[in-house]
Ligand binder design. Structure first.
Ligand SMILES: Nc1nc2c(ncn2[C@@H]2O[C@H](COP(=O)(O)OP(=O)(O)OP(=O)(O)O)[C@@H](O)[C@H]2O)c(=O)[nH]1
Ligand SMILES: [Mg+2]
Length: 390
């Protein structure tokens, strides 16, 4: 598949592009702080993707410009910054339309990358297993398909024929056919992966199941490592985990549970990614209880919780029982745990995956939860039932 088709950095380009300008947009004064935090997050995303953010700008503007999104005046300013600083990429914290992207690229004379593209690049870099690679490729193709038209219109202008299809349109049709064929093939392959996962899930149906969910970098994998004494990959970058991993954790006398760690969420996570990762996200829906892991040291912890809850609604997992696990308490460094956040989430514990602090409380809660959950034996009969609800 021709990678140039996707307005996404290829691996070769990535090694060349080092310096970037990051542009955020604030259209509502009341949301200025949120947009600032979002721009900071974009910076972390850019670094994770291998870019070097040299300049960050949060542009204030009442409404979106139809031609240039941020307006031609601002785009002209960015062009000057790009030229003066030898910048090689401009990353937007929003999603201009394909036409706006093309206009901006022409005016600024620099590679333009949208937030979604940046996230797709990171997922592509992070995907290690065949399953993850297929899911990321599907997300990339689904993102590219509606954008193809604008990649080939220049060919029509070069050699347009009235009443006949220009070379751009012919190329477009060929590419669309190729991409659609590849999408069907990936969906078929993912279908068999889904079936395989269903068999695994069926074998686990009588076991206690916990799923770790949360914002990316909250410490889900670290927590599972601490609880199960394992060594899952963790990193202080975004989207360290893409593939689900399951470990058994002993909770107390006679009670064990299978804990599944999976991909982390992000605010404004691209829908194509959620759709493509459905097979992976199914693991979450299969759990008896969700542990919503939150980085308590993050200044926007409450917004992150909301972002995660939005994804849980989207994947239809919001009805499951949830226990909030406020992690990284060691980073608060003597500062009080944010009481307002904790009081908003009645069922919670405060832990440190790093030091192990609070993990006993977490296990005790789950021990009680599973002891009180209706138990069903292999023949489907309920053999232990309590009205206790956590
Ligand atoms: N100080 C401190 N750091 C932690 C703690 N838990 C995790 N970290 C660090 O936070 C970073 C992210 O941890 P991960 O376990 O990879 O986070 P994750 O939620 O699995 O992230 P994704 O897989 O990207 O969704 C790593 O650098 C960890 O070492 C903690 O309790 N205290
Ligand atoms: Mg992880």
């Amino acid at each position: 598949m021709n990678r140039v088709l996707f307005t996404i950095l290829s691996r070769e380009e990535e090694s060349l592009i080092t310096s970037a300008v990051l542009i955020g947009l604030n259209t509502d004064k009341r949301k200025y702080d949120g947009d600032e935090i979002s721009l900071e997050e974009l910076s972390l995303l850019a670094k994770t993707a291998g870019l070097n953010p040299k300049v960050k700008l949060l542009h204030r503007r009442g409404r979106i410009d139809p031609a240039y999104y941020i307006g031609s005046g601002k785009a002209g300013e960015i062009r000057t910054i790009v030229a003066q600083n030898g910048i090689e990429a401009v990353v937007f914290d929003f999603e201009p339309s394909p036409v706006q992207m093309r206009n901006l690229e022409r005016l600024i004379k620099c590679r333009i990358i949208s937030r979604t593209e940046l996230i797709l690049v990171i997922f592509e870099k992070r995907a290690r297993t065949k399953d993850a690679q297929l899911q990321v490729e599907l997300a990339t193709l689904l993102y590219s398909l509606p954008r193809l038209r604008h990649m080939w219109t220049h060919l029509n202008r070069i050699a347009g024929h009235i009443g006949s299809k220009g070379p751009g349109e012919k190329q477009l049709e060929t590419d669309k056919r190729k991409i659609s064929k590849r999408i069907s093939k990936i969906k078929k392959d993912l279908g068999s992966i889904k079936k395989h996962r269903e068999v695994i899930r069926k074998n686990r149906q009588y076991k206690n199941k916990v799923a770790l969910v949360g914002y990316t970098n909250a410490g889900k994998s670290s927590l599972l490592n601490t609880l199960s004494h394992s060594s899952l990959f963790t990193e202080n970058r975004l989207f360290a985990t893409l593939d689900p991993a399951t470990r058994e954790v002993w909770l107390g006398e006679g009670v064990k549970a299978l804990f599944t760690d999976t991909v982390g969420f992000l605010r404004r996570l691209p829908h194509t990614l959620i759709a493509s990762f459905r097979a992976t996200l199914e693991e979450i829906k299969d759990a008896d209880i969700l542990l919503h892991v939150v980085d308590i040291s993050s200044p926007d912890a409450a917004e992150r919780i909301e972002a995660v809850n939005e994804v849980l609604v989207e994947i239809k997992a919001s009805e499951l029982p949830v226990y909030y696990v406020f992690n990284k308490v060691d980073l608060l460094d003597g500062r009080n745990v944010k009481a307002s956040i904790l009081s908003s989430y009645r069922k919670h514990c405060v832990v440190s995956a790093k030091t192990g602090e609070g993990t006993r409380d977490l296990k005790d809660y789950l021990f009680r939860f599973f002891n009180c959950l209706p138990r069903v034996n292999e023949t489907g009969e309920v053999y232990d039932y309590s009205t206790y609800r956590c």
